[in-house]
Structure formats: structure tokens, C-alpha cells
Write a protein that binds this ligand. Sequence first.
Ligand SMILES: [Zn+2]
Length: 384
Amino acid sequence: MAALSTQDILARLVGFDTTSRLSNLELIRFIEAYLAEFGVTATVQHNEEGTKANIVATIGPNVPGGVVLSGHTDVVPVDGQDWTSEPFRLTEQDGKLLGRGSADMKGFIACALAAVPAFIEAGLKRPVHFAFTYDEEVGCLGIQSLLPLMKDLIAQPRLVVVGEPTSMQIANAHKGQYVSKTRIWGREAHSSRPQDGVNAVAVAAELITFITGMTARARIDGAKDDMFDPPYTSFNVGPISGGSAFNIIPNYCEFDWEFRPVPGADPQAILAEYHAFMEDVINPHLKATFPECRAENAVWAYLPPLKAEPGADAETLALMLAGRNDTTVVAFGTEAGHIQSIDFPAVVCGPGDIAQAHKPDEFVAISQLDACDRFMKRIAEVLS
Ligand SMILES: [Zn+2]
């Protein structure tokens, strides 16, 4: 299997349907076997069910000052999308390579793997590490179990590159994302007898009104960062369900909501404000009416914001590797926020354009892969 080109490897990676609801193990086994061909031993970390895995590997001596190449192996579904090519077969068309995950973000992983022979030949004095995850697209689940293992297996790196598609620009900041589910248990009764029930939908409305208030306060008094549009923490209430008929007082309601904090905002303080309203205002009243009634909130997915560290060594190195002199920010969340939370300096940089991600006929331009191959070559030079 030795010495495959970037395009060959990308074709193999795209060929594994790693839609997040499916297993990514075949792809992980492919990477493990590919690395083994070059004498590189990888550590595979399975999820609890044993159906998916993260993979970590190091080339060169595991000393501080290396570069981590990081990314997710799962892709978003193609269901209901109108593709002109076969989504899980890499197809070349006018200088573009079409396929699900070609931009987001198997293209970056292909470049990293194709550079393995060059990393080995370079006789690295400081290491290159790989850290590839599962379930990024469904709430960054894989990276959360990987973080302690990364801290264990990877000597403090100089830079982590998260290879989400940025057209090979260096993105040094993004907003965070905290997704919650609020559940309300009321008490069912005939609608003509409100004194016998607690209307869970009406309680949801009070809580949503509170969220609307937080939205306004975040816009007016909250942390600002003009790098982002909008420059403040935004909120959204998404799906809501509750009630079964107009003449039944609903005994249950639930809704999902999220906020996207700018890097200067304190996500825990925002959550604490909501929880305080729930515990100090809503729940005492519910419990006093009927003891079984209550509201609860749980964060089920989160992504810390990525904070820019302008002028820091990691950012300077990243710019040099990409042959650029300015940074950008991205509007989407990435695993880089999680990685920064363990004090590994991280930026986002990868081939392809986010505008093509998650869409039918997703593609990466061959010129983008070439630029990323050059990026990998410079890593080998810098670390040897
Ligand atoms: Zn992605």
C-alpha cells in the first residue's frame, strides 16, 4: 500500500461512507494499516459501543514542539440531496474532485497521510502527530473523549492544525456553540379545570421569553468582537414539542435551544443565568403547585469558542506554513475550541471551501489539495 498519492488516498477515504450515524471503523482500520506500512503505530480509541473510533499517531520523537494534524472522519448525510455524481466515489470534473467529505474534511486527512513518507524521510527532530476523530458533525463527541488521551500521548505541541476547509487560510478564532434541551413536566387535566393541572407548554413559553431577554442583553451589554458577524453572542430556540389537543392541559413540553458565544463571552455565566431563573423562579412555583412538576435543562453538545492569540508563536508558525501574512476567522464551529481548552495552541486551516461543505456535489479543487501538500512539506522542513 506504500506511497499513495493524495488523490489516491482521498478516493479511498471518500469511498468509506462515514456518515455520522454509521460506523467509521473501516476508515480507521485503513488509516491504521496505512501507517503500519511505514512502521508507525497508532492508538485507536473506541466509543463505548465499540462502533466508532478516534485514532492518534506520532511520527518522530515524542518531544514537545511538534505539530498536530487534526480532523474529523465523519461526514454529513447525503439523504435528500440531488447529486450529479456518486457521493461516495471520488469523481474528477474540471479540476475539482467531487465526493461527500472531499472538502469537509477528508481532503486534509488525505494530504496528511500522503505526507507520511516525506515526514519519515525528513528525519524529524520534533514530531508530527495525527489526531482524527468520529462524530464531529453531530456535536463534537469524539474529540471530547480524545482530549485526555491527546494530553497523555502527545508532548506539548507547538501548533495544532484543525483541517476544516478554509481555502488554506489561517483562521485563528471562531464562536462557540452550546446546545441545550429544556424539559418541562407539568400535570395533565381537562382544559376547563386549570386548577387541576400545570401547563408545560406555558412554562416553556416563560423560559423562552427569558432566553429572548438574554438574547437582547447579549446584544446590548454582552462581550463584543468585531471580527464576527454578528459581533455578539447569538441565541436560537429550535424544535419544540408538547401537548396533544387544544382541550387537554399539556403535561410535558421540551425544546432545544443554543447560543453561540463570541470568544470574549463567558458561556458558563450564560448557562448559570438561565439555570438560576429556572431554579429560583420557575421550579419553586411549579413544585408548590404540584410536587411532581419541574423544569430541567441539560447541555447536550458544546463547543468552546476558539480565541485568537495574535502574534503568538503558534499563529506565526501557521502563517509561515501556509505562506500567508494575515489571519481570518470562520463563522462555523470546529474542534479547535475543544483543543485549545487543554492548552494546545490551535488554528483552523484546510483545503477546500466551507461553501461547498454539506451540499450536493461537494468538491475540493485539486489546486487546494496541491496547496495543502505544500503546507505538509513545509511542516517536514520546519520540524527536521
Ligand atoms: Zn468539518
